[in-house]
Ligand binder design. Structure first.
Ligand code: HEM
Length: 220
């Protein structure tokens, strides 16, 4: 067995793969949320940014897409295998479950992860391929597409709910990755996780403000 296979077969190896792939996705989310916030500047600013990504920076965009795709698959496969190992280690559930340092984030990691995977698929079909058009949308007009979509209450509600799931997932995930990689100590008080809380709140707010602002006509 070579070193890579031995690493992947170990529980610690899978946890490290989960942590590193999670951190890669957090990096993408920060850039994506920052890009989206240009909607508050002007329609030209956002559409020019999108045209730049799809034009001169297209090769870079493809590199990002491939890295993200690999990260998502690695994250899902390691999460699934860790869940299976966890179940195999304790086929009979605890009579009384006493979780250490459990938060709503940690208790909803699996269901939240599945919801987020579903969100990503629907989101790409919505904004990237324009396959799902809750309102008429046009290629190249990201600004117009966002305005048309988020004026619809159920589209905004869907995104707002998905971003709550994202925030909770990030809160536990960021802390857990930091612990796996040894940056953070295992503190049992959920409020003693400044980096995880700051990251989760900033990313959640950075995304949520866009559909909410469009829906309430703060931008038009
Ligand atoms: C309110 C929240 C969000 C809004 C308003 C939003 C908006 C957008 C828009 C407008 C695009 C198309 C950009 C373009 O074609 O130039 C896009 C693409 C994308 N978004 Fe989001 N996004 C949000 C949240 C997220 C989240 C949470 C994720 C990941 C978990 C995500 C992942 C992606 C991906 C993977 C693409 C495709 C990029 C590509 O390959 O071209 N988005 N988003």
């Amino acid at each position: 067995m070579n070193r890579a296979t031995r690493f992947w077969r170990s529980t610690v190896g899978k946890k490290i793969v989960m942590a590193v792939s999670g951190i890669i996705m957090i990096g993408f989310l920060i850039l994506h949320a920052a890009g989206n916030l240009q909607i508050f500047e002007s329609s030209a600013k956002l559409n020019t940014y999108s045209a730049f990504l799809h034009g001169p920076a297209n090769e870079l965009l493809w590199v990002v897409r491939i890295v993200l795709f690999v990260a998502v698959i690695a994250h899902i496969v390691s999460a699934y295998q860790l869940t299976m190992l966890d179940r195999a280690a304790r086929p009979v559930p605890y009579a009384q479950k006493k979780l250490q340092a459990a938060t709503i984030g940690s208790r909803t990691m699996r269901v939240g992860g599945v919801l987020l995977a579903l969100f990503i698929v629907l989101h790409i079909l919505h904004f990237t391929t324009l396959t799902l058009q809750p309102a008429p949308m046009a290629a190249g007009d990201v600004y117009g597409n966002a305005i048309a979509s988020f004026r619809i209450w159920w589209v905004t509600a869907f995104y707002v709910i998905a971003m709550i799931a994202l925030g909770l997932h990030l809160y536990h995930g960021a802390w857990s990755s930091a612990r796996t990689l040894g940056f953070e100590q295992g503190h049992s008080d959920p409020f003693h996780r400044p980096v995880a809380v700051t990251l989760a709140v900033l990313i959640w707010a950075g995304f949520t403000i866009v559909p909410v602002a469009v829906f309430f006509h703060w931008i038009s």
